[in-house]
Design a protein around this ligand. Structure first.
Ligand SMILES: [Fe+2]
Length: 162
């Protein structure tokens, strides 16, 4: 985890190099760069105005921002629900390490894409994780299709704005 943090710190210091290697962001979404049982590497681009509801990962994660800014809110479990515990703004160039019990939500409140490399210490797409509704804080199984739908809706709003 700390080795990944160091590698990401170096990588995000050269956003142009990353863009050349991975390609430019044309829309919000998740691009899988590596996916194995023990490690997943994603390029995640949050569309302006987008917010992803609280969720856990159940594996460590390191986020390296290289464009825009993502706003993280953190939560902890309370009986039958979760409660907000704080937040952290993550501007380009910052690297955030998340332990395997972290619950967070992510928002892009700015007028540009928020772009990051996300590295996870396991298979990000495997089952067995939770998410919570933004309004009710009710726990439910993580629904990756719902996450992809949120990206599509946010892209539609962003590209069709007047
Ligand atoms: Fe996350």
């Amino acid at each position: 985890m700390l080795a990944v943090r160091d590698a990401l710190t170096e990588l995000v210091s050269d956003p142009n190099g990353l863009e050349q290697a991975i390609g430019p962001v044309e829309a919000g979404g998740i691009t899988t760069l590596h996916n194995a049982a023990d490690l997943t590497v994603l390029r995640v681009a949050w569309t302006p105005g987008m917010a992803l509801n609280p969720h856990d990962h159940r594996m460590w994660a390191v986020i390296g921002m290289y464009g825009g800014q993502e706003d993280n809110a953190f939560y902890r479990r309370v009986p039958g629900s979760i409660e907000a515990t704080g937040g952290k703004e993550l501007p380009a160039g910052d690297v955030l390490v998340l332990g395997d019990d972290v619950i967070h939500s992510v928002a892009n409140t700015r007028g540009e894409f928020a772009v990051a490399l996300h590295v996870y210490g396991g298979d990000f797409f495997a089952a067995g994780r939770s998410e919570w509704d933004f309004d009710t804080y009710k726990e439910r199984p993580r629904d990756i299709a719902n996450t992809r739908r949120l990206f599509e809706e946010a892209n539609e709003r962003w590209f069709n704005r007047s």
